[in-house]
Design a protein around this ligand. Structure first.
Ligand code: SF4
Length: 179
């Protein structure tokens, strides 16, 4: 099994320079996050990896309780259009999915990725989990699993702000659960 130093080297090799290992117990899971998904999010009921197609908040809490370590990856970006944001998000998603696989194959059978954005492999998401077109590549986001991303990353010194326009610089985060 690769040790933490070897994984750090792998992350750097793959171009991930901004990341931190954190204690999984510092992941903040909150009911209000689920409420925000249910009331106010365009994707509610429209995405196979978003609420209501995800475990309950209690199950999410239990899931995080089964890990001791998590790697938080920061992605900083400014885009000029929604199309550009979509293309960038998809390429980050694909890279992270490959990274999850590499970590898994290096001996970490529990490796599980929570990407920084919803799966966008298909132009139109099936919206139903059982009808997902590429279930082997579909992962829920951290917020989809009721993680308060704002509180969690701030706890670890990362910047994050509420944005009002798509062309403002973004601080986005992905989480890789490893044990
Ligand atoms: S693979 Fe397609 S259907 Fe499945 S979650 Fe991703 S976008 Fe939706």
């Amino acid at each position: 099994m690769a040790d933490r130093k070897a994984l750090d080297a792998l992350f750097h090799e793959r171009g991930y320079t901004e990341f931190k290992w954190i204690d999984a117990r510092t992941i903040v899971v909150a009911q209000w996050v689920r409420m925000k998904c249910e009331y106010g999010c365009d994707d509610y009921g429209r995405h196979a990896c978003c609420p209501p197609n995800v475990p309950s908040v209690a199950d999410c809490r239990q899931f995080f309780g089964e890990y001791s370590t998590v790697v938080v990856f920061r992605f900083y970006k400014q885009v000029d259009s929604l199309e550009e944001r979509r293309a960038w998000s998809r390429s980050v998603y694909e890279g992270l999915l490959e990274l999850e696989r590499e970590v898994f194959l290096s001996g970490y059978e529990k490796a599980f990725l929570l990407p920084m954005s919803s799966c966008s492999f298909c132009p139109e998401c099936s919206s139903v989990r059982e009808e997902c077109i590429k279930p082997e590549t579909a992962r829920p986001t951290a917020e989809g699993l009721a993680v308060d991303v704002f509180s969690t990353v701030r706890r670890h010194g990362f910047p994050i702000e509420v944005l009002s326009r798509y062309d403002q610089p973004m601080n986005r985060y992905a989480f890789l659960l490893i044990e």
